[in-house]
Design a protein around this ligand. Structure first.
Ligand SMILES: [Zn+2]
Length: 189
């Protein structure tokens, strides 16, 4: 029997405070999800190229995705359950998925994942603006480009800016995609 081997990934989904629930994703489904993330990453990279490949892996603990370096390579970890939810939408209406991947690739392009980790509000807003630029180039209207960020926390946090600032950054990137894709300096107010 290969039943057990087919269920290799246990995803823990944090509940609303009390308990965590476990879900299983079959290997075949995980392979399909990763292939879809790969297709999105390849499309983003045609608009915002990198000088090295981007590797992908499922990460059960992230909200949607995270960018990092490991073994001298650029990685994006994605939450397969979050992506799975996106994949239930029609193919032409998966802008939040594209937005997440573009934001994470934006961190790599900006060098945020190299050396001493450079994070903080300016880095987030720069990645948001770059994502807005990519979304525009891929055909998103402004409300479509901003959809991902509309669910984010109004007040932000120590690491992430308040929602209004992020929506503004996306709009700036969307409005002037060429300028933001060419920029290599940090985000300035
Ligand atoms: Zn970020």
């Amino acid at each position: 029997m290969t039943g057990l081997r087919a269920l290799i990934l246990v995803v823990l989904v944090a509940g609303s405070g009390t308990a965590a629930s476990a879900q299983l994703i079959a290997q075949g489904e995980l392979t399909r999800i990763e292939a879809d993330v790969r297709a999105v990453a390849d499309a983003v990279l045609t608009v915002m190229p990198m000088d090295e490949p981007v590797r992908l892996e499922a990460k059960t603990w992230v909200t949607n995705a995270v960018a990092y370096r490991r073994d001298d390579a650029a990685w994006i970890g994605f939450n397969p359950l979050w992506v799975q939810g996106m994949l239930t939408r029609p193919e032409g209406d998966r802008w939040p998925l594209i937005a997440v991947v573009a934001h994470e690739i934006g961190h790599h392009v900006a060098g945020d994942t190299r050396g001493p980790v450079r994070r903080g509000h300016a880095a987030e807003l720069f990645a948001d603006a770059r994502a807005g630029a990519v979304l525009r180039r891929m055909g998103a209207r402004l409300p479509q480009a901003q959809e991902l960020w509309r669910d984010f926390a109004v007040r932000g946090s120590e690491t992430h800016p308040p929602r209004a600032a992020r929506l503004d950054a996306v709009e700036r990137g969307w409005t002037e995609p060429g300028a933001w894709l060419d920029r290599s300096d940090a985000f300035n107010e």
